[in-house]
Write a protein that binds this ligand. Structure first.
Ligand code: OAD
Length: 260
């Protein structure tokens, strides 16, 4: 099927809307670009991306935490505080609204900011964890926020679950496996959806990038939302070229009007 690139969110192709209207099951995979308009930097964009300024292996790997837990903790505290000061944007809210317009919408995200749930989406599959939670570095058990608060002078705080454990953010680091249950649920949703939407992701990180590919292979129609072109946009039936905080509300608004 040939690809259509759309640049004007005020002129959504009729065929795309028909396709979404007919779709019973929809799966969405989001990435850092969806939170860009909330003021959270993406990872891979030249100059502004987090990985343009910091070395991931020095900050987001088990080895880095082993070698210098204080630096890793401080860096995550900085990101946490930025996220805590920020809010979901119109794209997050539109996806939450979309859940009420289709039979089933599974939201799968690589983002750790928790903004989809904050905007009202339910059952969000957080592939890379959630930065606002802490777990024990030895046992993986969740640590109560009150414990962290009571030990915040220590960087990182100790773990209440293991004598040699430390608190660490509940995120997936480079070299670590994703939670198998979350990953299975994401691939299951991809395998049965009629439409898969990818939004704000470079598609550079596995296994997340394979989720829309699995949906395509199972016969889904793909819509990609991204100001830039990448491998995923080239696979999509429609590439909506522009920011997700513009395209998602435009799509959902139009769908809602047609339904109403
Ligand atoms: P990337 O930083 O790799 O890609 C962000 C994408 O968002 C790029 O393709 C941008 O073009 C696009 N983008 C920028 N602004 C946008 C906007 N306003 N609207 C829509 N799209 C926009 O981020 P991810 O694909 O999420 O993993 O990266 C995946 C994973 O790599 C992250 O979860 C993180 C990182 O290393 C871990 O930390 C494990």
């Amino acid at each position: 099927m040939s690809r259509t690139i759309c640049r004007n969110s005020e002129e959504i192709p009729r065929e795309l809307l028909d396709c979404l209207e007919r779709a019973g099951k929809v799966a969405v995979l989001t990435g850092a670009g969806v939170s860009a308009e909330s003021g959270i930097p993406t990872f891979r964009e030249a100059h502004t991306g987090i990985w343009a300024r910091f070395d991931p292996m020095q900050l987001a790997s088990p080895e880095a935490f082993e070698q210098d837990p204080a630096t890793v903790w401080d860096w995550y505290q900085w990101r946490r505080e930025l996220i805590a000061r920020s809010r979901p944007n119109a794209g997050h809210y539109a996806l939450a609204e979309l859940q009420g317009l289709v039979t089933e919408l599974v939201t799968i995200t690589q983002n750790v900011d928790g903004f989809h749930a904050l905007a009202g989406s339910s059952g969000v599959l957080e592939l890379h964890g959630n930065i606002q939670r802490d777990v024990c570095s030895r046992t993986g058990r969740t640590i109560d926020p009150d414990w962290i608060e009571a030990h915040r002078e220590q960087r990182p705080p100790p773990s209440p679950h293991h004598a040699e454990g430390l608190a660490r953010p509940d995120v997936v680091w480079f070299g670590e496996a994703l939670d198998p249950g979350t990953l299975d649920a994401a691939f299951a949703a991809a395998g049965i959806c009629d439409v898969v939407i990818t939004a704000g992701t470079s598609g550079a990180v596995q296994p997340a990038a394979s989720i829309p590919v699995a949906a395509l292979q199972a016969g889904a129609v793909m819509i990609d939302i991204n100001p830039e072109e990448n491998e995923l946009s080239r696979m999509a039936r429609w590439h909506l070229a522009g920011p997700s905080a513009t395209w998602l509300p435009a799509l959902v608004g139009e769908l809602g009007r047609n339904r109403g």
